[in-house]
Ligand binder design. Structure first.
Ligand SMILES: [Zn+2]
Ligand SMILES: [Zn+2]
Length: 108
């Protein structure tokens, strides 16, 4: 069995973390998409609602991300900055925010 060089293992791990995956939110169980941004300088782990939002009516106070589909690497999430937003044609995801706690839990 041959061992892969450390930099290859690291590169593969980074790519796996950047691949967009569908996972339920651990707190509220909502259907969400998770991925690490492909930004090498300040990569962030993103959890976004799985339904793209309407860019003409973005939800207030939420971070917005582009769902970028690349032919060879699969879907990636990228930061939707104001310059990119002007030319953007990607589906847009909003950062997931858990809904308020169910009333029953406050009674305990
Ligand atoms: Zn975009
Ligand atoms: Zn949640």
């Amino acid at each position: 069995m041959t061992r892969l060089p450390a930099h290859v293992v690291a590169e593969r791990a980074a790519r796996a973390a950047e691949t967009v995956r569908r996972q339920p939110c651990p707190r509220c169980g909502a259907d969400t998409l998770v991925a690490r941004t492909a930004d090498r300088v300040a990569a962030v782990d993103v959890r976004a609602d799985s339904e793209p939002i309407d860019p003409a009516h973005p939800p207030a106070g939420r971070l917005l991300w582009c769902l970028v589909d690349r032919e060879h690497t699969g879907a990636r999430i990228r930061w939707r900055d104001q310059w990119h937003a002007q030319v953007c044609t990607h589906p847009i995801l909003a950062d997931h925010v858990c809904p308020p706690q169910p009333v029953q839990e406050t009674l305990l």
